[in-house]
Write a protein that binds this ligand. Structure first.
Ligand SMILES: *Cc1c(COP(=O)(O)O)cnc(C)c1O
Length: 395
């Protein structure tokens, strides 16, 4: 008799669970067991959602906004998102080009599903956000990572992209400001990379979820603004999780040319339906009450900027560690290759010996690095730096 078929699908067997969420879960479990853990694993702001946003959501609940909404989002929110792209970047976006989804992560997945068929290739700039290659695999397509390490400031060059393109390439996934490195492309750097993608008629998924989280007066450029061709080929993803500390609300956005936006909405209609209706009213307040939103963002960014400089200086004082000063998001990505052990090993031993939680660079396609999130208290950063220095000295 033949053996019974494998009980789980190839999709289930081939998925790599999120290593960042796994580190976070392990650190939280240690903490719950009473251990004094310094957690640098968090992929979310350590601030609460601003009150004015919560109030708007509560009011919506009280007003009975508890039913299904249109799949791509409530009309007012799609309009407000379209308008904010005009105000922020001078883009002319119609509400029909906007899809509100249950999280920026899901927006990215929709963009991949709308553009990639089985067998297609998607180029992923590494160090990459952990979910991109897995999403490409779930679409039956093939992720091709191209590594840009600290020698180029973690930024993909046009030549690197050109060399990775094959006749099967369909999509390029870009993420500036970047998770995990915090790198921000200059307008010229980004335009040069986008020009190569356009020359080969590729789609571009531009994940701009950290667009407001930038330092040193650096300007974020929205990829869709580069040219009419860029606008016609780009899906711009963003969301509410990072700028408004709304990770648990699960609200993401995408803006795309009308046929792609329509395809994303149709995919979403069969996969999840609308993002939570009353949560969308909270997001609407975030966009409408601009002054309050600006104030809470500024407060958060002041804290992040202080911690960024503090962590960066502390890392570079540790013999064997070198770290670029990132200009976006809330991560630093120090180079630990001088210690001659894998980043996985480094992180496992660091957690075991010193109770410091960090995510290995290998999770992001970059061996020899760590991702440290500074979305944590100044005290945790100070204590964590001491422990890391002690750990490195003993290696
Ligand atoms: C956090 C994050 C997202 C989206 O997060 P959601 O909570 O799903 O909105 C998307 N891309 C990157 C790179 C992120 O770090």
């Amino acid at each position: 008799m033949n053996p019974p078929p494998s009980p789980l699908s190839s999709w289930a067997r081939n998925i790599t669970p999120s290593p960042t969420l796994a580190v976070d879960a392990k650190a939280k479990a240690l903490k719950a067991a009473g251990e004094d853990v310094c957690v640098f694993g968090a992929g979310e702001p350590d601030f609460d959602t601003p009150d004015f946003i919560k109030e708007a959501c509560v009011a919506a609940l009280r007003a009975g906004k508890t039913k299904y909404a249109p799949t791509p989002g409530i009309d007012e929110l799609r309009l407000a998102i379209a308008e904010r792209y005009g105000a922020d970047y001078g883009l002319k976006v119609s509400p029909g080009q906007v899809v509100v989804s249950p999280g920026g992560k899901f927006s990215c997945y929709l963009a991949v599903l709308a553009t990639c068929s089985p067998g297609d290739e998607a180029i992923v700039a590494a160090p990459y956000w952990v979910s991109y290659p897995e999403m490409v695999k779930l679409a039956g397509a093939v992720p091709k990572a191209v590594l840009a390490d600290d020698a180029t400031g973690f930024k993909l060059t046009p030549d690197q992209l050109e060399a990775a393109i094959t006749p099967r390439t369909r999509l390029v996934i870009l993420n500036s400001p970047s998770n995990p490195t915090g790198a921000v492309y200059s307008g010229a750097e980004l335009e040069a990379v986008v020009a190569v993608a356009l020359k080969h008629n590729l789609y571009i998924l531009s994940d701009e979820i950290y667009e407001y989280l930038i330092y040193d007066g650096v300007q974020h450029r929205c990829v869709a603004t580069f040219s009419p061709e860029a606008e016609a080929r780009t899906i711009v993803v963003s969301g509410f999780s990072k700028p408004y500390s709304m990770t648990g609300w699960r609200l993401g956005t995408l803006v795309a040319p009308p046929p792609i936006a329509r395809a994303c909405a149709e995919l979403q209609s069969q996969m999840t339906s609308n993002a939570t209706t009353f949560a969308q009213y909270g997001a609407l307040a975030a966009l409408r009450e601009k002054e309050k939103a600006r104030e809470s963002l500024a407060r958060m960014m002041t804290a992040f900027d202080r911690r960024r400089k503090f962590l960066h200086a502390g890392l570079n004082r540790i013999p064997g560690v070198s770290c670029l000063l990132a200009q976006g998001a809330f991560y630093l990505f120090p180079n630990i290759s001088k210690f001659g052990i894998s980043s996985q090993d480094f992180c496992a031993r660091l957690l075991e010996k010193e109770k410091v939680a960090a995510v290995p660079g290998s999770a992001f396609g970059a061996e020899g690095f760590l991702r440290l999130s500074y979305a944590t208290s100044d005290e945790t950063i100070a204590k964590g730096l001491d422990r890391l220095a002690h750990f490195c000295k003993a290696l």
